[in-house]
Design a protein around this ligand. Structure first.
Ligand SMILES: Nc1ncnc2c1ncn2[C@@H]1O[C@H](COP(=O)(O)OP(=O)(O)O)[C@@H](O)[C@H]1O
Ligand SMILES: [Mg+2]
Length: 612
């Protein structure tokens, strides 16, 4: 219950008028439905010749059931008298048909008004998830989490959609039908209705019990689906390796295992859910028989106030009309249970707290004037894990090129990721012009920096849009100029549509060097004062490296650059080289001084010379 109100408040409150409209149409639909059922009584009365002939209905009092009944009967009597019973039958039939037409018409309108509701809810949840995801820190997304998040954005959103639909019907449709039919039933025979009223909750209780236990398996099912999607994503990106290692069989078996687990979970869930239908059908028939027995006795008793046979049949028609909406309550309960499980999974993302948020006293940094400083910086990814960075001190002055070298895994990428606050330092501080990065707005901080990494991150879009990514109002001339600086203009211009050609999924139609030059063009266009280059050339072959290195040299000109380099030849001219080992800076100096010192750096250089 709390869940439904919560979801309504969050996702339906913008669409109140639509909810009201649905409700309104449902009332009209139910009223005309009641009129159509009510015409059964005279039809049967005329047919069996038991129709009461009323010659004087007395004054019409619309609040008196008796008076309304008298007038209806009077009207039918007149019909029968004026023509013959067969024609009267036809007339009442036509009346019934018109009522049914109005009923289905309004029911359709109610659904019509509800359809945008459901789709709005789906859109709103999905968009809020996407917006949240784009704002979460990098660290939130590990590989195994990606598929899970996709599952939440698809499967779970659909579950919530279904449960919102069901609860809308539960609140704004079924009660209307039930209340209207029930009031007619009460006026027809309150004893019988009282009897029915006592029966229904008992049956409902039994049906409802089945649904209780659906939440848990449903949650397990969605979790499993997340794992499966992760597996698929992972396989698609790593297919080359899977095939190269002849590992198809192994991954197939693992996938079979997971799909089979999912199958088992879903079997359990669906068996339980499928039980609801036969159970409610059987119980429902039982109820009808009991009502038939109890009502039949009332009819047979022949008392003055008792029901006539045709009234009893009409009564049963009304009764029958509330069975489906009443049953829908129980199926709505299942779907709400499932929706609840899914909403929890969605909320886990929506409420994920970003640890990297702007504090209360942040202010924007304008421009870069002096230096970036790491002071006694220590860092761990995992609070219980080892230190990845230990007491790092380094000062990067404006206009300098500072290089970090060292074994892979020694913490170089981690160090440069701390500057734009993809992570926050654990101890120590990083300052820009003397101000702690945590005291700056992240937007202004990140505006100071450009990034080129080992893997060029491109989007399935045109060259133009990939280069202007994150930069508003760039002119074509600026884009071309940036591409020229990045040695990218020639190959872009050679494509069919030039800058408007799409680059394929993640740049799949391009070579590694082309992709890298494209991401350099992007950085050139952004024109930030500080450039961070993390092994920008290490994934390339020597030939494309030359072009890319040239582009990088252009990019670093007149800029402060922080360079993580694998190939030491590329950083020979750096103003400062820091040698990393297991999270610590073990050596610092220029190429020449470190080379002459015959220590760690010298060993690294000699090693690379040998390999050549
Ligand atoms: N997101 C992460 N979560 C946990 N550990 C990580 C993460 N990223 C890197 N590491 C670990 O931190 C250490 C340093 O990694 P990294 O900074 O990438 O080194 P480098 O760039 O020098 O090769 C490695 O031991 C690596 O396993
Ligand atoms: Mg690295």
């Amino acid at each position: 219950m709390k869940y439904i109100l919560d979801v309504f408040r969050r996702y339906l409150s913008p669409y109140k008028s639509k909810v009201f409209l649905t409700f309104f149409y449902n009332i009209l639909g139910a009223l005309f439905g009641a009129f159509s059922f009510a015409s059964f009584s005279p039809i049967l009365g005329v047919l069996f010749g038991t129709q009461k002939m009323v010659t004087d209905p007395g004054p019409f009092v619309w609040t008196s059931i008796e008076s309304i009944k008298m007038h209806l009967n009077y009207f039918v009597s007149e019909l029968v008298k004026a023509s013959n019973p067969a024609d009267a039958l036809l007339l009442i039939g036509v009346f019934m048909l018109v009522m049914v037409l109005l009923k289905v018409g309004f029911t359709y309108l109610a659904t019509y008004a509800m359809i945008p509701l459901r789709n709005n809810v789906v859109r709103d949840i999905r968009v809020s998830l996407y917006n949240k995801i784009t704002n979460l820190p990098i660290g939130f997304f590990t590989e195994e989490r990606k598929g899970d998040i996709i599952a939440r954005m698809t499967g779970d959103v659909s579950e919530v959609e279904a449960s919102v639909m069901n609860s809308l019907e539960m609140f704004f449709k079924n009660p209307v039908i039930i209340i209207i039919s029930l009031s007619v039933m009460i006026t027809m025979s309150w004893q019988l209705t009282l009897f029915v009223f006592v029966m229904l909750p008992i049956v409902g209780y039994f049906i409802g019990r089945v649904g209780k236990s659906l939440k848990k398996p449903s949650m397990r099912g969605q979790n499993k689906m997340g794992e499966i999607l992760s597996r698929i994503e992972e396989t698609l990106t790593g297919l080359r390796i899977v095939q190269a290692f002849n590992a198809e069989k192994a991954v197939q078996e693992r996938f079979y295992e997971e799909s089979n687990d999912y199958r088992n979970i879903m079997n359990g869930l669906m068996w339980r859910r499928a039980l609801a239908h036969p159970m409610s059908e059987f119980l429902g028939t039982g109820v009808i028989i009991i009502v038939l027995w109890y009502g039949g006795r009332l009819v047979l008793s022949g008392e003055e106030s008792a029901l006539s046979p045709e009234e009893f049949i009409t009564y049963l028609v009304f009764f029958y009309s509330i069975i489906n909406p009443a049953k829908a309550f129980s199926s709505a309960l299942y779907s709400i249970q499932k929706g609840m499980a899914s909403m929890e999974r969605i909320d886990a993302i929506l409420s994920a707290e970003s640890k990297i948020v702007d504090g209360t006293n942040v202010f924007p940094q304008e421009g870069f004037k002096d230096k970036v400083e790491y002071k006694n910086v220590s860092f761990k990814y995992n609070p219980n894990g080892p230190y990845i960075l230990k007491n790092v001190n380094v000062s990067i002055k404006k206009g300098q090129t500072v290089a970090f070298v060292g074994q892979s895994g020694s913490g170089k990428s981690t160090l440069v990721d701390l500057l734009p606050r993809f992570w926050d330092v654990l101890e120590g501080s990083i300052t820009v012009d003397g101000i702690d990065v945590r005291d700056l707005t992240t937007t202004s901080l990140r505006d100071l920096m450009g990034n080129v990494n080992q893997e060029a991150i491109l989007f399935n879009d045109s060259f133009y849009n990939n280069i202007t990514f994150g930069v508003e109002n760039a002119t074509m001339d600026q884009v071309i100029a940036a591409a020229k600086v990045a040695n990218a203009h020639e190959f872009i211009a050679a494509t069919e549509d030039g800058y408007n050609s799409t680059i394929g999924d993640r740049g799949s139609k391009l070579s590694g060097g082309q992709r890298q030059r494209l991401s350099i063009a992007r950085a050139v266009l952004k024109n930030p004062p500080i450039m961070i280059l993390d092994e920008a050339t290490s994934a390339l072959d020597t030939e494309s490296e030359v072009l890319v290195q040239e582009a990088l040299d252009n990019l670093m000109k007149n800029r402060t650059s922080i360079v993580v380099a694998h190939r030491l030849s590329t950083i020979r001219n750096a103003d400062l080289i820091c040698v990393f080992d297991k999270g610590e800076i073990v050596e610092m100096g220029t190429h020449q001084s470190l080379y002459d010192a015959h220590n760690v750096y010298r060993k690294l250089v000699d090693m690379q010379m040998h390999n050549k």
